[in-house]
Design a protein around this ligand. Structure first.
Ligand SMILES: NC(=O)c1ccc[n+]([C@@H]2O[C@H](COP(=O)([O-])OP(=O)(O)OC[C@H]3O[C@@H](n4cnc5c(N)ncnc54)[C@H](OP(=O)(O)O)[C@@H]3O)[C@@H](O)[C@H]2O)c1
Length: 163
């Protein structure tokens, strides 16, 4: 499985339930990678989606510990183990971990590839992605040229797990 994330220079990913910034090309990249596939997210990230609607044309798996949380449009899982069991139904290449912090942390050990949009600024954040640059198992294998939107500079990078 893969994870896809946008981070700032501090590995910040969110603040007060929202993304740190809006970059149209990053949204487009996220859509292109995940459409037709399976996305796995925490309940907080699901709540942050516009209108609390599932992402279209994707199987939406949402983790919650709340046994009474029901939504027919979602596949709801109550633990990492239950999610991994559910994910056995799908091709590993089609599975994308899409956050937030708690879900990235718990599923990182199961990922073999990461798409990291690196935004070249430092924003106030209360949620973070692990700093994979200090983890031996993760190696950056690709980085795009620098891009810019509204004075925000960013690059698309890809990491693979060597283990
Ligand atoms: N930059 C990016 O690429 C990116 C991507 C996604 C999200 N974000 C940001 O990240 C923030 C949200 O992240 P977050 O860490 O606060 O929340 P989160 O990971 O999206 O969701 C946390 C919730 O997931 C459920 N959960 C977590 N682990 C579980 C487990 N093992 N078993 C069952 N349920 C489990 C719990 O739901 P219950 O409380 O219902 O039990 C928990 O409260 C937002 O600011 C969002 O904008 C950024």
């Amino acid at each position: 499985m893969k994870a896809i994330v946008a981070v700032d220079l501090n590995w910040g990913i969110g603040c007060e339930g929202k993304l740190l910034q809006f970059i149209p090309e990053d949204m487009k990249f996220f859509k292109e990678k995940t459409i037709g596939n399976v996305v796995v997210m925490g309940r907080e990230t699901f709540d942050s989606l516009p209108g609390k609607n599932p992402l279209k044309e994707r199987v939406n798996i949402v983790l919650t510990r709340n046994e009474s949380f029901k939504d027919d449009r979602l596949v709801i899982c109550h633990s990492v183990e239950e999610t991994l069991k559910e994910l056995e139904k799908y091709d590993n290449d089609k599975i994308f971990i899409i956050g937030g912090e708690t879900i990235y942390k718990q599923f990182l050990p199961y990922c073999d590839e990461l798409y990291v949009t690196k935004v070249q600024n430092k924003k106030k954040a209360d949620k973070f992605f692990p700093n994979i640059d200090i983890m031996n198992e993760w190696k950056q294998v690709e980085e795009s040229e620098e891009k810019e939107y509204n004075n925000i500079k960013y690059v698309f990078s890809r990491y693979i797990n060597n283990d």
